[in-house]
Design a protein around this ligand. Sequence first.
Ligand SMILES: [Ca+2]
Ligand SMILES: [Ca+2]
Ligand SMILES: [Ca+2]
Ligand SMILES: [Ca+2]
Length: 326
Amino acid sequence: MERGKAVVLVWAVLLGSYGRTLGGVLYRVQEEQPPSTLIGSLAADQGLPDSGHLYKLEVGAPYLRVDGKTGDIFTTEMAIDRENLRDCRLLLKTDPCFLEFEVSITDLNLNQSPRLIEGRIEVLDMNDNTPQFPSPILTLSIPENTHSGALFPVPLATDRDAAGNGVADYSLSPGPDAVGLFGLQVAEDRGEKLPQLVVLGGLDREQKDSYDLSIKVVDGGTPPRYSSALLRVLITDANDNAPRFEQPMYEADVSENSPVGHSVLQVRADDFDMGSNGEIEYTLHQATDATQRLLRIDHSSGIISVRGHVGPRRVQLYEVLRGCQG
Ligand SMILES: [Ca+2]
Ligand SMILES: [Ca+2]
Ligand SMILES: [Ca+2]
Ligand SMILES: [Ca+2]
């Protein structure tokens, strides 16, 4: 509803009869109306006197003011913001929000104590809040060996409006490099929408280690309000690569009587994984006793050197090397 053309929904129920206190007057008003919007006319609506009496607001400031002669209740410069009213801030989304008021009526001709009218104004929700994610950039970590169909909860957006104008749905724009890899599933639990990222395709950290997706949240208002956040998916490493030597075969000649510690050759291997999954340790693998007596390998550098006396023979190193992941 536009501010300028505010239509105030008003009706009143008078419960009980006139006495010292009149209770149960109920009006309704849309939140965020401009100043001096008429909420209700106590004299006209309630059959109360419209002359010779003084109406005075006792409870309801600063949101309300009352015309002294007619008891007309108006909004003020202090807008009634449903989401910021003290009594409504902690309500459940589905609970109605009420603003209490009290107006006294004094008969100017009689020397009587004033009568008191108590009432409530139900503040109706407007869609004046946009649903928001907790941060403009949301991060999810997903292991590269995740199977297709696995679900990862996405941080929830919030919207301070009442249920119908609150969070209604989420959608995902995967971007060209992530089409077919990620989707969104929106579960529901007791009326709350729960977005979950679905892994649809195979993820390989060694091919691509992050994806930037856009996630959008929309509320149920008319027209709806919406906002978006960047959903950054970080692919974490799994140990899915074995170490590989740079060459399929290494060969070297060792001179007879080479001194102990003489460097024969250096082998090198690579492992595409990260951190400890990519660390390499070199050992001699299935080496014969004779080879083990003759040669040693440095576990970290891959340098093979002479360990013992070299006699007149030839050792084929390709039999004896293996790269070991750490
Ligand atoms: Ca909203
Ligand atoms: Ca609202
Ligand atoms: Ca590895
Ligand atoms: Ca890996």
